[in-house]
Design a protein around this ligand. Structure first.
Ligand SMILES: [Fe+2]
Length: 426
């Protein structure tokens, strides 16, 4: 059975599409409005792109996959953008070197905003006339933009952190809330179904839905906290090779890691972390109740081993998550920082921090990417990466679900990535 990049129930009303389109496009501008034009050019490493590039590339996606092939009278805003804002679609011809995106002083931010306005005007005028196929492509385009909204916020955080002027302390952590005790949700073994089902949007890598065989397991009620992770640091976790995978230990040594990304220890021994939350950007005292964040797969794996537990497979995570789809902190909360767990039962399932799983990012049985350039969206990245589940505090609420598969290389730390523990049931 061929899988589509998107399963939708078919054509949606033009008013609904117009409203959804406007909301998604406006969100990209809203989350960037406090950034200067200089901020929006920052590229602190090849993996992180400038804000301005994200704003242009998401527009390029709509132009390339919807307007140019499907609207005969469409006039491109600038024909050079076809090359300039292509990210990695080899079937569409060339694209600039990824690590050189910070060199694009031209077009200016104002021109990129004009580009967005040009494409938006044509898109909105087309809403009455979209075929089912074009609606399908539009949903992909809007979900693509939501992925880039998360990247805008993770990339600019890394950019603002990387400047030579070190961030200022913006205050202590305030009253310290206590995280609820970690409890365990017990799940049965046997044959379970995972993967996308239903008629809402999903990416192709979430299909086909299929059976998995699981042994009985238990999963933590919440994400691992900073306080718990500090115990690992204080027990010399970063200097004990027996806790680490070989590649992880090599990375710890080469990168001189001693703590999660954005953590710094003051002379008096106190840990601070860099945050960009609300109107504040700077160093804040590490709150032991908040989920630990900006850790790599290697660190998540070493921490779990030190605790005597393990990371969940993505199948275990999804089987547990569909039973308790309780939401945590998401982009719409405008905090851009994970919050302490509250309440009882399974918490922080969708939101707060992406949770590393022990599963390599590979295709599901029967997976077939779409033909053509848009088939390059997901499938070609199924190598050398691990799956993360659950979304983060910068994931849009309408963009996350239990079957969603994110993926990053095991050394990556600049995403809002954290840890949920799992164990076999004896
Ligand atoms: Fe993209």
């Amino acid at each position: 059975m061929a899988t589509n990049l998107l399963q939708t129930p078919g054509r949606r009303g033009a008013d609904y599409l117009r409203e959804r389109f406007t909301k998604v496009r406006d969100t990209s501008l809203r989350i960037t409005e406090s950034l200067t034009a200089e901020d929006q050019m920052l590229q602190s490493m090849p993996d992180a792109s400038p804000t301005k590039w994200h704003l242009a590339h998401t527009t390029w996606f709509l132009e390339t996959f919807i307007l140019e092939p499907h609207v005969p009278a469409y006039q491109p805003f600038d024909v050079r953008y076809k090359y300039l804002f292509n990210s990695y679609y080899k079937q569409l011809g060339g694209h600039p070197f990824r690590g050189g995106r910070g060199l694009m002083s031209r077009p200016t931010l104002a021109q990129v905003r004009d580009y967005r306005h040009h494409v938006d005007s044509v898109m909105l005028a087309q809403m009455e006339n979209l075929s089912d196929e074009q609606v399908r492509l539009l949903e992909i385009g809007l979900n693509h933009e939501q992925q880039h909204q998360e990247l805008i916020l993770t990339d600019i955080k890394h950019g603002l952190w990387s400047g030579p002027l070190r961030p200022e302390t913006i205050g202590d952590r305030g009253p310290c809330a206590l995280a609820p005790c970690l409890t365990w949700l017990e799940l049965e073994g046997g044959i379970h179904l995972i993967g996308h089902h239903g008629d809402k949007f999903a990416f192709d890598n979430e299909s086909p839905r299929h059976e998995v065989l699981l042994r009985p397991f238990r999963i933590g009620s919440r994400a691992v906290t900073n306080g718990e992770y500090l115990e690992f640091i204080n027990d010399h976790g970063y200097t004990r090779p027996e806790l680490w995978l070989s590649d992880g230990w090599d990375t710890v040594c080469a990168q001189k890691w001693t703590a999660p990304l954005y953590w710094e220890q003051r002379d008096e021994g106190q840990w601070q972390q860099f945050v960009r939350t609300g109107a504040q950007t700077g160093m804040k005292e590490v709150d032991p109740a908040e989920p630990v964040c900006h850790v790599s797969y290697y660190e998540a794996d070493a921490y779990a081993r030190w605790r005597g537990h393990r990371l969940p497979t993505e199948a275990e995570w999804e089987v547990a998550a569909v039973r308790m789809p309780v939401k945590g902190t998401l982009l719409e909360d405008n905090l851009f920082h994970p919050q302490p767990a509250r309440g009882e039962g399974m918490q922080q399932v969708l939101g707060d921090v992406w949770e590393w799983t022990a599963s390599p990012y590979v295709c599901y049985p029967g997976f077939k990417p779409e033909t053509g350039a848009i088939g390059e969206y997901n499938g070609k990245f199924m190598c050398n990466q691990f799956v993360l589940r659950g979304g983060s505090c910068v994931t849009p609420a309408s963009h996350i679900r239990a079957s969603y598969r994110n993926f990053f290389p095991p050394h990556a730390r600049w995403q809002f990535s954290g840890i949920r523990l799992t164990d076999d049931r004896s």
